[in-house]
Design a binder for this molecule. Structure first.
Ligand SMILES: Nc1nc2c(c(=O)[nH]1)N[C@H]1C(S)=C(S)[C@@H](COP(=O)(O)O)O[C@H]1N2
Ligand SMILES: [Mo]
Length: 236
């Protein structure tokens, strides 16, 4: 079964858990999950979650003894084989910014480095712990002069177009980083090399790996899983 098929089943199960809502809409909403009653519920949920979100609250640091053994931390990518960075890879940063530019990995590594050890939560029901290091998105936003009125940030990848868009408050949270390292090592190909998004405030599918582009935007766009009905806000 492909990852899309497995996850579509999970999604159906989540809908069923919504009870009556699922009964009235399950037959007609599968291809348009953001419309109708469930769409309304999803938008309500987004507002409720955004209202509950505290920009200053940090995800708890885990102890070293909580680290998931190397090799046991699952790896996900939608491509059939591990995505490989194109030659001359750079991270394009643009949208509502006064100094759009493309960064090499070395340039990103010259910006201040942030390290933390926190738990990862995937909607498929697993969690795992690793330490991550990289540059805060808020530091990058400063470097390019991101417009504070841009309420959203979109992340794109070279993994068959996998992408996601975030609310700016979560994107600029102190534990949201563009990670180039995991457990003290350079990021491995399976985990999104050369650069991935990591955060303490979002579920796994929001953390785009194999990054190519970061855009500060006035409007939310969707996302690979979000467009298939997964929650857009997806706060932890
Ligand atoms: N480019 C890309 N990013 C991605 C995914 C993906 O398939 N492609 N999967 C997401 C999901 S569902 C999860 S749980 C995490 C998994 O990160 P990991 O592979 O390092 O465990 O990456 C997220 N980012
Ligand atoms: Mo996930």
């Amino acid at each position: 079964m492909s990852e899309f098929e497995t996850r579509s089943r999970l999604l159906t199960r989540r809908r069923v858990l919504l009870g009556a809502a699922a009964l009235t809409t399950s037959a007609c909403d599968s291809s348009r999950p953001r419309e109708g009653f469930l769409g309304v519920m999803e938008r309500f949920n987004q507002h409720a979650q955004a209202a509950l979100f505290h920009p200053g609250r940090l995800a708890p640091e885990e102890g070293v003894e909580q680290l998931t053994p190397p090799g046991d931390f699952p790896t996900y990518f939608i491509s059939d084989t591990v995505p490989v960075a194109p030659a001359g890879w750079r991270l394009e940063v643009g949208g509502s910014v006064s100094r759009p530019r493309a960064f090499t990995l070395e340039e990103l590594q010259q910006l201040p480095r942030t390290d933390y050890r926190i738990r990862h939560h995937c909607v498929e029901g697993w969690s795992a712990v690793a330490s991550w290091h990289g540059v805060r998105l808020s530091d990058l936003a400063r470097a390019v002069g991101a417009d504070p009125r841009a309420g959203f940030v979109e992340f794109r990848s070279f993994d068959s177009g996998y992408f996601s868009s975030w609310d700016a408050a979560s994107a600029l949270h102190p534990q949201t980083v563009l990670a180039y390292g995991m457990n003290g090592q350079p990021l491995a190909p399976g985990h999104g090399a050369p650069l991935r998004l990591y955060a303490g405030v979002k579920l796994g599918y929001k953390m785009v790996k194999y990054l190519t582009q970061v855009s500060f935007l006035p409007e939310a766009t969707g996302g690979t899983w979000e467009d298939r009905g997964y929650e857009w806000f997806a706060g932890v």
